[in-house]
Ligand binder design. Structure first.
Ligand SMILES: Nc1ncnc2c1ncn2[C@@H]1O[C@H](COP(=O)(O)OP(=O)(O)O)[C@@H](O)[C@H]1O
Ligand SMILES: [Mg+2]
Length: 282
């Protein structure tokens, strides 16, 4: 559905995106993961035709975004951080306005408000809404024309946990209806929960690209957490799983009867990220 071919973006003298390649399959949630400044937003802006790549090509639904921008825009919905809503208008008036613009039946406004639980505040002016409500209106707006592909840039950033969960569930339900979704996030857990595949970006490069599970298996190391007694003190250590050294250590402690607690833990995407880039994500 989406094909990003050898794309770079240079701003003056800095390289924001450095020769990245990836495809997004139909019906997939593709998560773009990386710290601030990694190049996620720049990549999405190029994918939706807001920014011209310095090098490379992007194809959306078999259309080149550069030469078919308008046709591509009929097929995509976009949710960006910057809210472009009419603040003095109510939720319903905003959605009706954009429905007119997209030539979408008005019934669709009611449908979308219902599915995002916006209907009980339909008449409330947008400027008086919390960030989470505004974000839901933006998502509703992006979905009015029932696009095949949805782009979301940090859809849950800065939202309270309940609203973030509601939005994640809604994104998942869109996937179940067949929508192809590209989202960016710096939340490792969100990417892990939602995405069929993730691309980890760091300093403009794609440093890993696969399903969260495969990435954790390939780059992560499973560990074992051991708590044992030593001279009446409780000591806790974390050791790599399945090494001869760990086995010898466990044998010794078990033989002495000093183990209090033992459990293995799977690598997280955050562990993988730290290993791949030598840095932590906030
Ligand atoms: N319009 C621009 N002009 C110059 N530099 C930019 C512009 N947009 C982004 N950048 C730079 O490109 C890099 C990537 O930014 P961005 O794509 O916004 O990262 P992310 O979304 O991952 O936080 C950053 O170093 C940023 O400062
Ligand atoms: Mg960004």
């Amino acid at each position: 559905m989406i094909d990003v071919r050898n794309v770079s973006k240079v701003f003056k003298d800095s390289i924001a995106v450095d020769q990245i390649n990836f495809k997004v399959n139909e019906g997939e949630i593709f998560g773009f993961l990386g710290p601030n400044g990694a190049g996620k937003t720049t990549t999405i802006r190029m994918m939706i035709g807001l920014l011209k790549p310095s090098k490379g090509e992007i194809w959306i639904d078999q259309l080149n975004i550069q030469s078919n921008t308008k046709k591509v825009h009929e097929r995509i919905g976009v949710v960006f951080e910057l809210p472009n809503l009419y603040l003095k208008w109510s939720i319903r008036d905003n959605l009706v306005f954009f429905a007119d613009l997209y030539k979408v039946p008005l019934k669709q406004v009611e449908n979308i408000m219902e599915s995002l639980h916006l209907d009980n505040k339909a008449e409330q002016k947008v400027h008086s809404l919390s960030k989470g409500w505004k974000q839901r209106v933006l998502i509703a707006r992006a979905l009015l024309h029932q696009p095949k592909i949805l782009f979301l840039d940090e859809p849950t950033s800065g939202l309270d946990p309940n609203t973030a969960t509601l939005i994640r569930k809604y994104i998942h339900s869109l996937k179940l209806q067949g929508t192809t979704i590209v989202l960016t996030t710096h939340d490792m857990n969100e990417a892990d929960q939602l995405s069929d595949r993730v691309g980890i970006m760091y300093q403009g490069k794609l440093v890993a690209l696969d399903s969260p599970q495969k990435i954790k298996e390939r780059y992560g190391k499973d560990e074992v957490v051991v708590e044992y007694k030593e001279n009446n003190d409780l000591v806790k250590v974390i050791l790599p799983l399945n090494t001869p050294e760990t086995a010898a250590f466990l044998y010794e402690k078990m033989y002495a009867g000093s183990i209090i607690n033992l459990h293995s833990q799977e690598a997280t995407l955050a562990d993988v990220f730290a290993r791949l880039t030598g840095s932590e994500l906030s």
